[in-house]
Write a protein that binds this ligand. Sequence first.
Ligand SMILES: [Zn+2]
Length: 615
Amino acid sequence: MKNIRLTALLLLSPFLGLLADNDYHYTVDIAHINNDKVHVKLTPPDISANETVFMFPAMVPGTYEVYNFGRFIENFKAEGKNGQVITIQKLDNNSYKLSPAGAISEISYDVNDTWDTEIKEKVVFEPGGTNIEDGKAIAMNTHGFFGYFKNMTAANFLIHVIKPEGFYASTGLTGLKSGKTEDDISVFDYHDLVDSPILYCQPDTTTIHIGNSQVLVSAYSPNHIVSSKFIARNLSELLMAQSEYLGGELPVDKYAFLFYFIDKPTLSGMTGALEHSYSSFYVLGEGDTSDIAQEVRDVAAHEFFHIVTPLSIHAEEIGNFDFNNPKMSMHLWLYEGLTEYAAHHVQVKSGLIDYSDFFQVMTDKMENARKNYNDTVPFTMMSKYVLDKYKKEYPNVYEKGALIGMCLDIMLRYYSNGEYGTQELMKDLAKKYGKRKSFKDEDLFNDIEKLTYPEIGTFLRTYVGGNKPLPFKDVFNMVGMTYIDKQVVKKITLGGISVGFNPSTNRLVVASTEKLDDFGKKLKFQEGDELVSFNGRKLTLDNIKEIFSNYFNNAKPKDKLEIEVLRKDKKGNEVMKTLKAKVKPVNVTEYDVIDVNKAATEKQVKARRAWLGIK
Ligand SMILES: [Zn+2]
């Protein structure tokens, strides 16, 4: 056997040099970092054309923003075989025209990172950017490190990484061979490469097993405040619920949560995450762990659900994403909206949060959508032109987009007698399309209608493709609930003050009197007043909640109210004042009031139970 193989090899060897090499061979050196810059070399695949264009992406999927990653590339060079000169012409921020293309033996350049760049225009949202911290950690969002030749994204990418000893590559990629000071990574094509961020650092990883899936949690926390174990503990319950929600099994064999915690503010002023098919990359503040737990759960629930859409359900614009001339799809309501809805719906359905929390999230979204965005722009048009004309409307995908998801879910539960909801619809759509099969933008509404009910088609065309505000009243009625957009009620208040907390005195303080109501005016609150006692009871951190809820529940009109406050006089001395007034209900405007309709029909109750489990 051995001999036979040897003979075959010997026979083949004279021809090996003639075989075409269609792979990209990259070498990146993160062991020798100079001034936050990493040196990258590329032996290109064979190119038959006379000239070619080498490009870095202008934009990548999921960011909905053109960042021009070529801006962070320096010292771009191309060497020719046998000393031939390669002419380089820089075409724009991202592209270099090279000729003669067939003679290129090596391309090399330095990558500067986006997280602490001098370039202050169009700051890259950190989860989609790059960070290079010598000896500490590398946020290797691959699109910031590796480019491609025009029209040649469908080739293998073989990446050789030279790394400091002890560094580990956390990634959702399966084609990784890890060594002591060198790694070899093999990726199917450029789309998969961009889809696969890598976090390089001293390892702090924990693996969770959910069904047959392996979930890697990797954390870089510069001051060792947050550990992967802590995050994994917080995520496993949620992931179990998400797996249940998706039908009992996670649709991926391997998934990686990559967490990069930071101990200073980001350049963009934002923190958050970016989703990929087999991983998500998080940039979050390394703050107090109790805050982080909820933040991590909320963001992770959203990012993880992106494995459904757009990753398995998407339009051609996303499936054949053009990195340098991106076209937008009309269906951000689906990719971001339904994902955001599912991230909260899964939590209430599995009992991780209660109903009032869920409705609070939904009514906050109603308020944000109403206050901050234009409701007369059809959502499909906003989505199509989100890179330019409707850029400012983009965050509404997390507000109105999620509400579209909620309406759709409720309607489906109603028309199907509880049997079918967005959970089932997403599964059916993922089956019909898939990771490598896109839909046509203009067909989606019809396709959904064919899978469901004519009323759903009408809803999508009227309220998502049209300019009508969402019909919350009719929709909530389907699940036996009442919805009132705005009502004025008489209520007992605390005078309409905004309350803050003074940690040095441990007292509540009147932070603002801007919205003082008639009762508050009678009490004569002033900004800066520190609350000392309430109807004779001294206020402490322990009893504040009890005292106030007792007041709101039991106070009656004309009851006496006395509040002692400490107030600074003109000289800055603190003086105790007693504010007195008789309790007087005032008019309060309430928005988005949702309640259970006790007279609901059996069909409505059935739909409600299927939707949320409420009886
Ligand atoms: Zn998202």
